[in-house]
Design a protein around this ligand. Structure first.
Ligand code: FES
Length: 59
């Protein structure tokens, strides 16, 4: 996983940011969204953010 990869270009949220939010206690897409702001604008990245959140939580 490349932590620099931008998952949400609107809010400039990277994979690393999402992983960090989860390390800091976020345990759902909703909480990741709240912590990182990913998906708060156009919403196009939601699917990707959800998928990634699930993947990281399963580890
Ligand atoms: S790409 Fe994430 S809100 Fe637009």
């Amino acid at each position: 996983m490349n932590p620099e990869k931008v998952v949400c270009p609107c809010c400039h949220v990277t994979k690393g940011d999402i992983a960090k939010a989860i390390r800091d206690g976020a345990s759902s897409f909703k909480e990741v969204k709240k912590a990182t702001k990913a998906g708060k604008k156009c919403g196009k990245c939601k699917k990707e953010v959800k998928k990634l959140t699930k993947k990281i939580l399963e580890k």
